[in-house]
Design a protein around this ligand. Structure first.
Ligand code: DGP
Length: 113
C-alpha cells in the first residue's frame, strides 16, 4: 500500500507538496484544491487507511496538535477554523490515507453539504 498510496509518497518526499509543518509522526501540507483561504491537510507518516482503521489514539492526538500549530501559524486560531476528517464514500473521502482538513480564513457554512 505504502508504495502506491499518494499521501505515503508525499510523506516520504517522493511527490512534492508545500509542507508547512511537521512533527515526528505527521506532516501538514497545503491542499492542492483549496476550498478556503487556508486549506491544509494533516497526514500521519505511517499508513492508516481511514479513521475507521485507527487503532492508536495517540496518533490522532499528534495530528490534532499539529493542526493546532498550523492554525496558529496561519493566523486563524482566534477567528476560527475547522478540522474535518472525511471518512469513506458518504463522508467524501477520496484519498484512502487518513488525513484531517484544516479549513479557515473565511466563515464556514453549517451544515456541510
Ligand atoms: P478527501 O476528499 O477528504 O479524501 O481529501 C483529499 C484531499 O487531497 C483533496 O482536498 C485534494 C487533496 N489532494 C489530492 N491530491 C493531492 C496532491 O497530489 N497534493 C496535494 N497537496 N493535495 C492533494
Amino acid at each position: 500500500m505504502a508504495d502506491s498510496c499518494l499521501f505515503c509518497r508525499i510523506a516520504r518526499g517522493d511527490i512534492p507538496a508545500t509542507i508547512i509543518a511537521e512533527n515526528a509522526r505527521c506532516i501538514a501540507f497545503r491542499d492542492i484544491n483549496a476550498q478556503a483561504p487556508v486549506h491544509a491537510l494533516v497526514v500521519p507518516r505511517e499508513h492508516v487507511t481511514s479513521l475507521n482503521d485507527l487503532t492508536d489514539g495517540t496518533l490522532f492526538g499528534e495530528m490534532a496538535l499539529l493542526a493546532q500549530q498550523v492554525a496558529r501559524d496561519e493566523g486563524i486560531a482566534e477567528s476560527g477554523w475547522r478540522f474535518v476528517v472525511n471518512t469513506n464514500r458518504d463522508g467524501g473521502q477520496s484519498v484512502y490515507h487518513l488525513h484531517g482538513h484544516i479549513l479557515g480564513g473565511r466563515a464556514l457554512g453549517w451544515p456541510p453539504g
